[in-house]
Ligand binder design. Structure first.
Ligand code: NAD
Length: 289
């Protein structure tokens, strides 16, 4: 290796080190983000990434202690606060949005991410399970958006609403009638609200994730075991199983969904609204069941 080549290698190493140490521009500085279901899985990763990018984050989830502890991990109360709320409860949602405004002076970004899953066939799905899933994911997204809308309108600063829906909003497989229908309604709401809120500069977009097993609470509570049984794999291999049936063969992580949410909110796609984007490593219809 010549001296000149050695110099070039060292030079570029130094340049790279310098770049790595340089503070990253904070894409969400000055923004206030409210993340429902923010204490676990995709919501937690989104809350973390948004805080890293300079947003003030309101971690909204069912359990007060979990919300507080996630918020404390993100930073002081100048950075993040936890707000316990059930997205199906109008008074709780109003109180949560009021608390966000009180803490940080407004709300700019909303991630409607709270969710559960109760898979089942038509015969197996009870009316209670149907109502529960619609009430959390569809009614919940509607309610949070409805309560935040006057705040966004009064601020006159635009804003973003992102619904975390699901691949199941688009693809049909057996034994998932209630969850998939709820997700399809939640995804269509993206287009409907985008058409309405454009007049106040609010963009409404959605994400359809699939196969986020590691770090997700919905897979831990029995759903993962039932999926593993259906596919004939060990539960701990489910993430890898999902990955190998995708086009890119990548195991989808909560952080991937969070990055998509960041891309949708930080002006990377500044005039995009009404878009529901798959973030799933590429799921061909033929692989689904
Ligand atoms: P998760 O269980 O880790 O997180 C969901 C969070 O929502 C939990 O903290 C839970 O307490 C909260 N929540 C549930 N009901 C609530 C309510 N009524 N009010 C407020 N909070 C409530 O699951 P996750 O995998 O991170 O899922 C997040 C979202 O992504 C859900 O809407 C889910 O349907 C969707 N999704 C997940 C996957 C996946 O593969 N994990 C795939 C597609 C879609």
């Amino acid at each position: 290796v010549s001296e000149a080549d050695k110099f070039a290698v060292e030079y570029w190493q130094l340049e790279e080190d310098k770049l790595a140490r340089r503070p990253k521009p904070k894409a969400l500085a000055g923004k206030v983000a409210l993340v429902t279901g923010g204490a676990s899985g995709i919501g937690l990763a989104t809350a973390q990434l948004f805080a890293e990018h300079g947003a003030n984050v309101v971690v909204a989830d069912l359990d007060a202690e979990r919300c507080a502890s996630v918020a404390a991990d993100l930073g002081s109360t100048d950075v993040a606060v936890g707000v316990a709320l059930d997205v199906t409860d109008p008074d709780a949602v109003q109180a949560g949005v009021d608390a966000a405004v009180l803490a940080f002076g407004g709300v700019d970004l909303v991630v409607n991410n709270a969710g559960i899953t109760r898979a089942g066939s038509l015969a197996d799905t009870s009316l209670e399970d149907w109502d529960l899933q619609f009430s959390i994911m569809t009614r919940g997204s509607f309610l949070v958006s409805k309560v935040v809308e006057p705040v966004l309108r009064a601020q006159r600063l635009g804003g973003d609403i992102i619904n975390v829906c699901s691949k199941n909003a688009v693809f049909a497989g057996p034994n998932n009638v209630a969850y998939s229908s709820a997700k399809a309604a939640q995804a269509h709401m993206v287009r409907l609200l985008a058409a309405e809120l454009g007049e106040i500069g609010v963009r409404v977009n959605g994400i359809n994730p699939d196969g986020v097993v590691r770090g997700s609470g919905i897979f831990a509570g029995g759903w993962g075991a039932s999926r593993a049984e259906t596919y004939g794999v060990a539960e701990e291999d489910l993430g890898k199983y999902y990955a190998q049936r995708t086009v890119l063969k990548v195991e989808v992580l909560p952080e991937h969904i969070a990055s998509a949410a960041l891309a949708l909110t930080n002006g990377t796609l500044p005039i995009t609204t009404g878009l529901v984007v798959p973030v799933d490593s590429g799921v061909p219809q033929a692989f689904l069941r």
